[in-house]
Design a protein. Structure first.
Length: 199
């Protein structure tokens, strides 16, 4: 069954479909608003495998929102089966619950009468507020970063060149912040910095 990350935001849907098998190498993710009636009715049965009375119940899609292809231009995660899709065009509010299915297809997306298999719906997640960098101000040898949104704790990471594959926590030993706020740093002038949710 596909899994949505609880770190998904109203601007970025993160999750995993699993690896394709037996030639079904085209993965298409369909995103939906879940049907609250199915969730409520499913919860009333108190099935442990559905999260009990306060769980996710019988998940089904009420409203289709969008379809994305794994490793296509809208996917920021190039791991096969993993995805991080940009949701900005959907204008979803933080707190909106979403669910998804993954179709494993033998044929490329858009093929008429394509051959594929679709998973069950994922457990829904509530989208977090997206993290946005509000200001980057350089004053002498200091840089002040200001950000809003997201869900703490936060860390600042750096790498010497954008082409580097590895990010490093900076400054070393700096503890994650739990709320967005201005942070003054003194990074080397040639390095790039980014803010991430600390997991």
């Amino acid at each position: 069954m596909p899994v949505l990350s609880t770190n998904s935001t109203s601007g970025r849907l993160i999750g995993n479909c699993g690896k394709p098998l037996n030639g079904f190498t085209n993965l298409i993710v369909d995103v939906y608003l879940p049907d609250p009636g199915g969730q409520t009715n499913g919860g009333s049965f108190d099935f442990a495998e559905l999260g009990g009375t306060n769980g996710w119940g019988f998940v089904q899609g009420l409203t289709w929102l969008a379809a994305f292809s794994d490793n296509a231009p809208m996917d920021e995660d190039l791991t096969v089966g993993g995805f991080a899709f940009n949701l900005a065009a959907l204008n979803l509010k933080p707190g909106t619950q979403v669910t998804m299915t993954c179709t494993y297809s033998l044929d490329p997306p858009g093929t008429t009468n394509g051959r594929g298999m679709t998973t069950a719906f994922s457990v829904p997640v509530a989208l977090r507020p997206p993290l946005r960098v509000a200001n980057v101000i350089r004053f002498g040898t200091s840089v002040t970063l200001t950000w809003t949104g997201g869900t703490g704790p936060y860390v600042i990471q750096r790498k010497s060149a954008l082409s580097d594959l590895t990010w490093f926590r900076w400054p070393p030993g700096w503890y994650p912040r739990t709320t967005p706020s201005p942070t003054r740093l003194r990074p080397p002038s040639t390095e790039s910095a980014g803010i991430e949710h600390a997991t």
